[in-house]
Design a protein around this ligand. Structure first.
Ligand code: E4P
Length: 217
């Protein structure tokens, strides 16, 4: 399973990259705003800065919601860097744009997906990635992980190549469960990746090994 980090914070992206297990970055307009990145030119420059830190794919979201606007914006984003994947919302015009990008060799991430039907449509249109938001479903008492399992089943039934990118991951158990289901990718905060490191028996064991070593040296 690929690990993406869901942030526009360059320090956190560097930290995840330094760990050596990072495969990509996802961003969205809210994450950009959180880092105080505003204005078209600053946002475009920020995407390039992210691409220069990480080795893998970097999702950059279109703001337009009409087909022509999305195509224009998406082509501009794709031109920025070869690692850019154009993030397109799951709306009717978005599906048309994903099909256009797919036919023209531009990779896409279909975002704001909350149902298996939406994921089926994204795959039919040729999306490179589909982003079901599991945390936001959990927030409204709906099982987000079940959606990942449904999409996995549907994609496997027909051999769709669209990669399932479990998004809105909130914690380490989401990461583990996504891995068990067979999600292709997960994107979450740095803490959701670092949580995988932790086990008290590892800490206790290491402490004892080091203490025993000191006794004999
Ligand atoms: C996905 O690409 C989105 O940026 C993200 O995962 C949304 O997560 P949130 O629900 O924590 O905002």
């Amino acid at each position: 399973m690929k690990f993406f980090i869901d942030t526009a914070n360059l320090d956190q992206i560097r930290e995840a990259q330094d760990l050596g297990v990072l495969d990509g970055v996802t961003t969205n307009p809210s994450l950009m705003a959180k880092e105080g990145i505003t204005g078209r030119n600053n946002i475009l420059k920020h995407y390039v800065d992210i691409c220069n830190i990480v080795d893998g794919d970097v999702s950059a979201e279109v703001i337009a919601t009409d087909f022509e606007g999305m195509v224009k914006e998406g082509e501009q984003l794709a031109e920025l860097h070869e690692q850019i994947v154009v993030k397109v919302p799951m709306i009717k015009e978005g599906i048309k744009a994903i099909k256009y990008f797919s036919d023209n060799g531009i990779r896409t991430n279909c975002t704001l997906v909350f149902s298996a039907g939406q994921a089926l449509l994204a795959a039919k249109a040729g999306a490179t990635y589909v982003s079901p938001f599991i945390g936001r479903l959990d927030d409204i008492s709906t099982d987000g992980l079940n959606l990942i399992a449904e999409i996995r089943l549907i994609y496997d039934n027909y051999g769709f190549e669209t990669q399932i990118l479990a998004a809105s991951v909130r914690h380490t158990m989401h990461v583990l469960e996504c891995a068990k289901i067979g999600s292709d990718v997960m994107t979450g905060p740095l803490s959701s990746i670092e949580g995988l490191l932790k086990h008290p028996l590892t800490d206790i064991g290491l402490e004892k090994f080091l203490a025993d070593y000191k006794k004999g040296n």
